[in-house]
Design a protein around this ligand. Structure first.
Ligand SMILES: *Cc1c(COP(=O)(O)O)cnc(C)c1O
Length: 398
């Protein structure tokens, strides 16, 4: 994904141009001019699955990922037969702790998934360095992070591959969908071989997604957030809408989704929105800076950003002590406030975390963060009025 995509050139042509202009960090080889294509899969987790398969990950292998994530990520790992190993996040942030990651490396480690949560860059240079020393490939989870940069260089270009998601909560919304980009020709070739035989979802599923996408376009307003969310969850429970998550209990079962590409109509929506992604990201940053400047109460902690990091803020996260109480107030006042991740592996509960191999207590920072995080919208539907109501709700906490 690239923020400077234009109509008649692939985003990757542009990316190589950016890579040439931008300063390169030490410890990264020049990856050349001919950038690989973006391959579209049914969902982000399917794209991750394909990348891991292309890397040769399978049964008996371990893949390190962070606690404080959604079930999509371990699901993609489990689908390869590998074991997810959970590293903790940084004590004051939302992303993988390099130290925790290092302590979990083992002879079985075959990949490290680095998630740039909420569009805030992970400590990717340090993680790349320790991964390089151990000879382990890094895969970037850029599902929230299109357009985010470190030292001027766009995320997604730091690992051997990156993946993206285009579902309802993301910067580009296509219905369900995901993509993978490999940064090395050999890996790209294997990814293409895995992609070529994939089918498309059945017509009934494609129609369902089309209807959902239309409804989303109409209903996605901050003030309607709570009502739409309740309706969506209700319809997903009844099997009428395609939900974001499979029922716990099904996670270890094979799913046909891993054999599907993204429908053409959804790919076209991604391509259309990609042309505006620069404006989308700029808007998100402006809204985020409004939140940062105007929410001023000791009850909330703003994200900590280093000078070389340029987040894209798919959403703007805050840490609050009275999270559940605040969510209740937000619902009453019709203020859009999201509670995810509600658990270390959202939306699993203490009873179901074991299904993805998470042992309670193993990532204390991640568990703490899940108990205190709320996030605010930064998308184009945020209006001056909704911004004002959000800010006053939070400042009311003092
Ligand atoms: C959305 C998301 C994914 C992938 O989700 P899909 O529903 O499979 O497209 C992966 N990682 C993160 C951090 C996400 O937010």
């Amino acid at each position: 994904m690239n923020v400077t995509a234009t109509a008649n050139r692939s985003p990757h042509d542009n990316r190589s141009e950016m890579a040439r202009r931008e300063p390169t960090l030490p410890a990264f080889e020049d990856r050349g001019e001919d950038r690989p294509a973006e391959l579209f899969f049914y969902r982000g987790r399917v794209a991750l699955f394909a990348i891991l398969k292309a890397l040769g990950v399978g049964t008996g292998d371990e893949v390190i990922l962070q606690g404080f994530t959604c079930v999509a990520v371990p699901e993609g790992v489990l689908a390869t037969g590998a074991t997810p190993v959970y590293a903790d996040i940084e004590p004051d942030g939302y992303n993988l702790s390099p130290e925790s990651c290092r302590s979990l490396l083992s002879p079985k480690t075959r990949a490290i998934v680095v998630q740039h949560t909420f569009g805030i860059p992970a400590k990717i240079a340090r993680i790349r360095q320790l991964a390089d020393e151990a000879g382990i490939p890094v895969v970037e989870d850029c599902c929230h992070a299109i357009g985010a940069r470190v030292a001027g260089r766009e995320l997604g270009g730091f690992g051997v591959a990156s993946f993206y998601s285009f579902e309802w909560g993301k910067q580009i919304v296509a219905g369900l969908g995901g993509s993978a980009v490999a940064n090395e020709p050999e890996l790209q070739k294997r990814l293409l071989e895995l992609h070529a035989p994939l089918g498309v979802p059945p017509l009934i599923k494609r129609s369902q997604l089309m209807v959902q996408h239309t409804a989303f376009q109409v209903l996605n307003r901050p003030a309607w957030y709570w009502k739409v969310r309740a309706a969506y969850h209700g319809l997903a429970r009844l099997g009428i809408a395609a939900g974001n998550f499979r029922p716990a209990g099904d996670l270890a079962k094979a799913s046909p989704e891993y054999g599907w590409q993204m429908p053409r109509a959804a790919v076209r929506r991604v391509q259309r929105q990609s042309k505006q992604i620069e404006a989308t990201v700029k808007h998100s940053r402006q809204v985020a800076s409004q939140y940062r400047c105007n929410i001023a109460t000791p009850e909330v902690l703003h994200p900590v950003i280093s000078p070389e990091e340029t987040p894209s803020y798919a959403r703007y996260p805050l840490r609050v002590e009275a999270k559940q109480e605040l969510l209740k107030q937000a619902e009453e006042k019709r203020v859009e406030l999201a509670g995810w991740y509600q658990s270390v592996i959202h939306p699993l509960t203490s009873e179901t975390l074991s299904e993805v191999g998470y042992e309670p207590g193993c990532c204390p920072n991640a568990e703490q963060r899940a108990s205190e995080v709320v996030s605010l919208p930064t998308n184009s539907r945020v209006t001056a009025g909704s911004l004002e109501r959000t800010i006053s709700l939070l400042n009311g906490l003092r």
